[in-house]
Ligand binder design. Structure first.
Ligand code: KIV
Ligand code: ZN
Length: 399
């Protein structure tokens, strides 16, 4: 696909790898309408591994027996990706994670605690120092079980930035190797989160020893834009979910983020390990498992993402796909673009469709079929191939 000239130079001279951390089975699964059984989780974890996800967050073992069972099943079978489990900064949670991950090829324990003033006061009833001490103790405990420890500051985007520097520096000193900065309530904006990541990367002690990670919720519809901005600010891990499922309005949609990095590679100079041709099948699988269908106009994986109905667009597409498509449908797992025949369609698209159906029509025959097509299209939302066949045969019978 042709890339149009980018308006700005690349944000990085050296090619970067962005780690894709999928939390469909944890943050996604805990959202209304998305709960999965242990066997469904296992099936989906295999799909995530085949997709090329670097880290699969398999669950929150201390939250329920079902979750623990799902994690254990995944640990037994899924070897290609790192497997993470979530824990509050409670010794029992961390121990449950360690037990659930026993035998995992690449285990990661992910500990989190709220850091914002609102959460410290109303949720935890702890002051800054107490939160920091719990965080350090939790990271140290997790490090006794595994080398790969991630620390998250819940509600980071509403936390005092200088306190984030303090707690992140302490977490690195305690052994955390990934620092996750979640926008827990989807409150931030792209310029704000970019500046925060830049600030943290220049002020946190030994920042180079850790990977900075973004975890953006979608309450204002900005999760993907904010995650991309975090990458601009230096994030090298993004936490996301298939179809953007997750608490409330969801998380950053994996398929959108990955395709933005790929389509605008000249700008981001960042790549992932994702096999993009598996995006649509993986999205479909999740919808079948959860029963949560994707909206038609959802970017990349929605039914309309590569569908063209208006005459002007169809005409352009027939001349050059790049006129109205910025990526190839085959690259994300669709069979092909779709020319939807409806009341906005024109003669060129009708002719093309008839040829694909095996009819070769001259000018006069095309004119009469087109007139009949327009009449039918006024009555129906979509004119299907069988309708077109009937129109051609009807026109022939009249001739
Ligand atoms: O949104 C959030 O803050 C989270 C953390 C537990 C990482 O999901
Ligand atoms: Zn979250």
């Amino acid at each position: 696909m042709n890339e149009s000239p980018g308006p700005v130079a690349s944000i990085s001279d050296a090619p970067q790898h962005v780690t894709i951390f999928d939390t469909s089975l944890r943050d996604g699964e805990q959202s209304p309408g998305c709960s999965m059984s242990a066997s469904q989780k296992l099936r989906f974890a295999h799909a995530l591994s085949e997709l090329g996800v670097d880290v699969i967050e398999a669950g929150f073992p201390s939250s329920s027996e079902a979750d623990l069972e799902g994690v254990r099943a995944i640990v037994r079978e899924v070897r290609g990706s790192s497997l993470a489990t979530l824990a509050r900064c409670h010794p029992g949670d961390i121990e449950a994670c360690a037990r659930a991950l026993e035998g995992a090829a690449k285990p990661r324990i992910h500990v989190f605690i709220s850091t914002s003033p609102l959460h410290r006061q109303h949720k935890l009833n702890l002051d800054r120092q107490q939160v920091l001490e719990r965080a350090v103790a939790a990271v140290e405990q997790a490090r006794r079980y595994v080398d790969d420890v991630e620390f998250s500051c819940e509600d980071a985007l509403r936390t005092e930035p200088e306190y984030l520097v303090e707690i992140c520096s302490a977490a690195i000193a305690a052994g955390a190797r990934t620092l996750n900065i979640p926008d827990t309530v989807g409150y931030t904006t792209p310029s704000e989160i970019r500046s925060l990541f830049e600030y943290l990367r220049s002020n946190v002690r030994d920042a180079d020893k850790a990977v900075f990670s973004a975890h953006c919720h979608n309450d204002l519809g900005l999760a993907v834009a904010n995650s991309l901005a975090a990458i601009e600010g230096g994030a090298r891990q993004v936490e996301c979910t298939i179809n953007g499922i997750g608490e409330r309005a969801g998380n950053c949609a994996l398929e959108e983020l990955v395709m933005a990095l790929r389509v605008r590679n000249a700008y981001y100079n960042a790549s992932t390990r994702i096999d993009t041709r598996r995006l649509v099948p993986t999205s479909r699988l999740l919808s079948r498992i959860t029963g949560m269908v994707v909206q038609r106009n959802k970017a990349v994986v929605g039914q309309n993402a590569f569908a063209h109905e208006s005459g002007i667009h169809q005409h352009g597409m027939l001349k050059h796909r790049g006129t109205y498509e910025i990526m190839a449908p085959e690259d994300v797992g669709w069979a092909q673009s779709q020319m939807v025949m409806g009341r906005h369609s024109g003669r060129a698209a009708l002719n093309d469709r008839l040829q694909a159906l095996g009819f070769s029509v001259d000018e006069a025959r095309l004119n009469s079929v087109f007139a009949a097509f327009k009449t039918l299209a006024e009555k129906k939302r979509e004119v299907f191939d069988a309708d077109l066949e009937a129109l051609v045969l009807g026109a022939d019978a009249k001739a």
